[in-house]
Write a protein that binds this ligand. Sequence first.
Ligand SMILES: O=C(CO)[C@@H](O)[C@H](O)COP(=O)(O)O
Length: 235
Amino acid sequence: MPIKIAPSILSADFCDLPNLIGLLEKGKADDLHLDIMDGHFVPNITFGPPVVRSIRKITKFPLDAHLMVENPEFFFDDFAAAGARSITVHAEACRHLHRVVQTIKKTGLRAGVALNPATPLQVLDFLLADLDLVLVMTVNPGWGGQEFISGMLHKIRELREMLIRSGSQADLQVDGGINRDNVKAVVEAGANHLVIGSALLREENPVAALHEYRLAAKAAYIDSWWHDRISSKGE
Ligand SMILES: O=C(CO)[C@@H](O)[C@H](O)COP(=O)(O)O
């Protein structure tokens, strides 16, 4: 299973984005995580499709739009037209989650569902087969730079069990407070797609840091309980 690193640009200086994105490309990040906040679902506002369109012009990175917004389906066409490759919606923001996921797929994008720390995994029971990505929030959404909630390790492990049991190839993404101290633990628990925001942007040399994160994550995956479970299925 590929280990993926997705820098979040939430805590970046947006005037310096071209320079930052150049460094992330040099460090061979896998995709860019774009935190879209509406001031309703979460008490913070960030940016929308016009900014995504501008980012699209300066990089070939797959753009992963994490919609922390109410009524996310209002925006799918706009994010698709702006160049997003995947859209992740919050289960808590969708009254008709199944329909919303089908709508993302009809738009031609990869579909993800995010779960807040208090949301149980069971909301995914009848949905896993349709998902390309499941995002376990390891902080309560709204801001970068928060502290990782260690109780989420158990949830990550349970979700990895669910994914293996169902034969799903969906990425298990973690987001919030990921740093050098916990990268090993989240991958050992079951995550393969790591969103890293402020910890990466604080690094003096983000190119070298990306390389080190990847080495640590790959080593943790090889040592993990789930590596053999995936390999034994020939994946
Ligand atoms: O979705 C969110 C916050 O709501 C995240 O994407 C964070 O922006 C990640 O940043 P760090 O916690 O790594 O600083």
